[in-house]
Design a protein around this ligand. Structure first.
Ligand code: ADP
Ligand code: MG
Length: 646
């Protein structure tokens, strides 16, 4: 039975005036089990014919049947399946993959046909030992002689059965001894039943064949049978439909994954540099978000320490009014009247004064705040020792004081039990009844000595003044802050006859700060995102170069049966892996930065969110897919013959 049938095959390269008619109406039948040599001068069209026979290229017109299957209308993937089922190639220049060792090169066709890993290895080793390469299975092509490499490529041709072996000038690059060896092997394979089709320009090589076909200028000019075909078969291997099962696809994915890792390992420097772009991109996105969030949290915490639901009324025209200390417009009476308003929960006047603080032989400057008893509730300040003053203390104006940690350290460096002791502020004795916990560094500096006394005590005993520095108005829970603020302003303006004060609403400060920091964060994130995109373009660039550089590899993979999807998958996985690894390193990098940051900056920490990390990782995966797709697609669309001929 004929394993190959060609009818009126024409091949025309180019178009218009540049047309070259290379094959002219070729009609050819080849019996299964035969040994055929195609001979002709250089440029006569032998390789072109061979590529068509090998389904690496398609004819411009004519019919081709292989083992009874008509190739007309077959897709590139169908042809790949056909190649892996029937055909084994032996090229003049071996075409082994330099990054794979002998065993892996031989395994390649079986990977694409879906043979299990264990069986594959065993079979590859068996074939290699049959070809006397048993002791070379883990050698790379560069570590093998030309003859050995050609034997590896013969082993590869046999891996999937090699029903038909196509050899294009198989001895062309070899010394005569290795050449004889290769011919002996081909002879042997033919004796075992393989159909051998050999292309050569050398009559001596052609003489090994049973049948010699000579072509000249793309046409057959002679066809001579020298010996009978002893291995004629009437049956061909059964069709396999194993290629669409889930197990096959899973296997293919795993293999593509393995090959991608291998490729990344082989091109370490290049992969590393590509990753660098992603690492920097991801690291900047995640750390910018973490920094922004950390500082925002810190600022909001500071604002919360001013109290929620509060409006602060201060004399003057607003923050930054240099004369504000000269305004003496707010009085305790204002606070008391405001407290009676229906929308007000309570008010607390505050007087601020600085002065000299003495204790035995120590004399320092400190700030004394005269406040109401609710002050501590509103601000959330907690006592570390002792107590804070109460309503009674405020009412009676008792000379008691709560001091902060700074004051304690300055005045009582070596004493622990200081409650009940007396300090002198501007010549007035004040009894210490409590010590506050260390406060966060708010807007002010941390080394100020701060003390709190009832405002009545401060006004009566120290300043001797009816005017106060601010009124903190706590608004009832169910009242809108803006409405309350408007009312406070209206009330005080009416009382004073003019607006000689200003109000600060903590809610509106919070909102302003939240929205500004959000805007800033968005802005910086955008910049960071751009660097991520630049990183992605870097990946695409490298992958494009990689595809061009690895055209031959792609051609070889396709020749041994890789389908377009397998190639696409492999390059895509490679791109995604590079981005993913880069993403992970980037995130690790960020945690490193955060650690360093926390060592040098105490004011606030970077606040990582799981969302930003997950987002970053998915972002890098997406970049891998998007920027890896075009190069991967380019690779998969390559024509095997074009990829091989470079
Ligand atoms: P051989 O293998 O017998 O030396 P080829 O089959 O390689 O010959 O080439 C036969 C002819 O086809 C040559 O004249 C060559 O220039 C031409 N040819 C081969 N490939 C191409 C191509 N891709 N585009 C245009 N012409 C080609
Ligand atoms: Mg040729």
């Amino acid at each position: 039975m004929n394993i190959i049938e060609l009818r009126n095959i024409n091949k025309i390269y180019g178009s218009g005036n540049n047309q070259v008619h290379v094959l002219k109406d070729i009609n050819l039948d080849i019996e299964s089990g035969d040994f055929v040599a195609i001979i002709g001068q250089s440029g006569s069209g032998k390789s072109t014919l061979m590529n068509i026979l090998g389904c690496l290229d398609t004819a411009s017109s004519g019919d081709y049947k292989i083992a009874g299957e008509d190739l007309a209308g077959m897709s590139p993937d169908d042809l790949a399946t056909l190649r892996s089922k029937y055909l084994g190639f032996i090229f003049q220049r071996y075409n082994l993959l330099a990054t794979l060792n002998a065993e892996e090169n031989v395994e390649l066709p079986a990977i694409y046909s879906g043979l299990k890993s264990q069986e594959r290895k065993e079979r590859a080793d068996q074939i290699l030992s049959n070809l006397e390469l048993g002791n070379r299975i883990d050698h790379f092509p560069s570590e093998l002689s030309g003859g050995q490499q050609q034997r590896v490529s013969i082993a590869r041709a046999l891996m999937n059965g090699g029903e038909i072996i196509l050899a294009d000038e198989p001895t062309g690059a070899l010394d005569s001894k290795s050449g004889l060896n290769v011919m002996a092997i081909l002879q042997q394979l033919n004796d075992q039943g393989h159909t051998i089709i050999l292309v050569t320009h050398d009559q001596n090589i052609a003489n090994y064949a049973n049948r010699i076909i000579e072509i000249k200028d793309g046409a057959i000019i002679s066809d001579i049978r020298k010996a009978p075909n002893k291995n004629k078969k009437e049956e061909f291997p059964p069709k396999d439909n194993s290629r669409n099962t889930f197990a096959y696809l899973k296997d293919q994915f795993f293999e593509a994954f393995r090959m991608s890792i291998q490729a990344i390992k082989t091109h370490k420097l290049r992969s590393g540099l590509t990753m660098l772009g992603i690492i920097i991109g991801i690291a900047s996105v995640v750390s910018v978000v973490a920094l922004g969030k950390g500082s925002q949290e810190k600022i909001l915490e500071d604002i919360n320490s001013l109290g929620t639901n509060t409006i602060v009324v201060m004399p003057g025209k607003g923050f930054g009014d240099r004369n504000s200390s000269k305004y003496k417009t707010l009085t305790v009476n204002d606070a008391e009247l405001l407290a009676r308003q229906s929308y007000v929960d309570s008010t607390t006047p505050a007087v601020r004064t600085s002065g000299t603080l003495t204790r035995e032989n120590i004399s320092v400057t400190g700030q004394l705040n005269g406040v109401g008893d609710q002050y501590f509730d509103v601000t959330g300040l907690k006592p570390e020792a002792g107590r804070f003053f109460n309503k009674e203390d405020v009412k009676s104006g008792s000379a008691v004081v709560v001091i902060d940690q700074n004051t304690k350290e300055k005045l009582f460096p070596n004493t622990t039990d200081i409650l009940g002791k007396t300090i002198i502020f501007n010549r007035q004795p004040l009894k210490i009844i409590g010590i506050s916990q260390k406060q966060n560094a708010s807007f002010g500096t941390t080394d100020t000595l701060t003390m709190w006394s009832p405002y009545t005590a401060v006004m009566n005993r120290i300043t001797g003044d009816r005017n106060i520095s601010s009124i903190t108005v706590k608004v009832k829970d169910n009242v809108s802050m803006t409405a309350a603020e408007k009312n406070v302003i209206r009330f005080l303006t009416a009382k004073h006859g003019k607006e000689d004060f200003f109000t600060v609403n903590t809610d509106s400060i919070r909102q302003t700060i939240e929205s500004t920091t959000n805007t800033m964060r968005l802005l910086i994130s955008c910049i960071a995102l751009i660097s991520l995109v630049v990183g992605g373009i870097g990946v695409m660039n490298i992958m494009l170069v990689s595809v061009t550089e690895r055209t031959r590899e792609i051609g070889i993979r396709m020749a041994v049966g890789a389908r377009r999807n397998s190639v696409l998958q492999q390059f895509l996985i490679e791109a995604v892996l590079i981005c993913l690894i880069g993403g992970f390193i980037g995130v690790l990098f960020v945690f490193g930065i955060g650690f360093l940051f926390s060592m040098f900056v105490q004011a606030f920490t970077m606040s990582y969110s799981a969302t930003s990390v997950i987002l970053a990782i998915s972002c890098s995966t997406l970049i891998g897919v998007i920027f890896g797709y075009i190069p991967a697609r380019n690779a998969s669309l390559l024509n095997p013959v074009d990829a091989l001929c470079d």
